[in-house]
Design a protein around this ligand. Structure first.
Ligand SMILES: NC(=O)c1ccc[n+]([C@@H]2O[C@H](COP(=O)([O-])OP(=O)(O)OC[C@H]3O[C@@H](n4cnc5c(N)ncnc54)[C@H](O)[C@@H]3O)[C@@H](O)[C@H]2O)c1
Length: 254
């Protein structure tokens, strides 16, 4: 189990106040890491730190907007100053815009790209600055099955395009940094119950429709995605880079 340990490592989890990011932060703490949550939502971040920090774990949160370059640079500077290194980055902050392409305003398209794709690039760029100096590091992007297929259930074109971009950004950064000690991987979850999908899952008949499309016939648990993220973040996956691991109950195998 030593290979799964993150003892003495510092991890930054964007979007770590809620859902998948929150579950990953919890797993990392259990694996011995010092964890920094970077999130736009200050109240949820505070609650997350209270709920997990109470158990004696080393956890803090910093306000961060991954669609704002200055905010990202500032957070990475603070983490570097406080902890000296950044060993693991999880890019989990994300958003969507469920509407047909014919009705999608440019502003909304751009917002989804800024958060999901450009944010992922900028955070990876900043993390790599430290990781290259150390000669080691692991980046895990939270993509989606919607980055591996075209959607087909309801329209969400900006989201699906941005997640497809995350899958290829994962490959390209992995290749660029492979000889420099930085691994870059992604997880591609199917549907989970989180604030992001609350409205979707409340639509009449939608949950049933999604379950029928999922070979294993149930929603994904955030802890199941967190387990895959811990695997990719830790030395347990030391020869794996550029890979997107579906956590999808068989969805993309169909
Ligand atoms: N829930 C699902 O079914 C599902 C499926 C596949 C992939 N994903 C992906 O997982 C990731 C996490 O989603 P979740 O379901 O845990 O959602 P969530 O709403 O529970 O968590 C998302 C977090 O990101 C934060 N955030 C949003 N915009 C931000 C910004 N600009 N800067 C910093 N933080 C920001 C939010 O405050 C929130 O804490 C997303 O990238 C999402 O696309 C989710």
């Amino acid at each position: 189990m030593e290979q799964f340990s993150l003892t003495d490592r510092t991890a930054l989890v964007t979007g770590g106040a809620s859902g998948i990011g929150h579950a990953a932060a919890q797993r990392f703490l259990e694996a011995g890491a010092k964890v920094v949550i970077g999130d736009l939502n200050r109240d949820e971040s505070r609650k997350a730190v209270q709920s997990m920090g109470d158990k004696g774990f080393e956890l803090e949160s910093l306000e961060m907007d991954v669609s704002d370059e200055d905010s990202i640079i500032n957070v990475f500077n603070v983490v570097r100053k406080t902890h000296g290194s950044i060993d693991v980055l999880v890019n989990s902050a994300g958003t969507g815009a469920r509407m047909d392409a014919t009705e999608l305003p440019l502003k909304l398209w751009q917002k989804v790209m800024d958060v999901n794709l450009t944010g992922c690039f900028l955070c990876s760029r900043e993390a790599a600055g430290s990781m290259l100096e150390q000669g080691s590091g692991s980046i895990v992007n939270v993509a989606s099955i919607m980055g591996l297929v075209g959607g087909g259930i309801y329209p969400n074109p900006a989201y699906q395009t941005s997640k497809g971009g995350v899958v290829n950004l994962t490959r390209t950064l992995a290749l660029d940094w492979a000889k420099l000690g930085i691994r870059v991987n992604a997880v591609a979850p199917a549907f989970l119950r989180t604030p992001l999908t609350q409205g979707l899952l409340e639509e009449p008949g939608m949950e049933q429709k999604l379950l029928e499309r999922t070979p294993m016939g149930r929603l994904v648990e955030a802890s199941e995605v967190a387990d895959a993220i811990l695997f990719l973040a830790s030395d347990a996956s030391s020869m794996i880079t550029g890979h997107t691991l579906p956590v999808d109950g068989g969805w993309v195998a169909q």
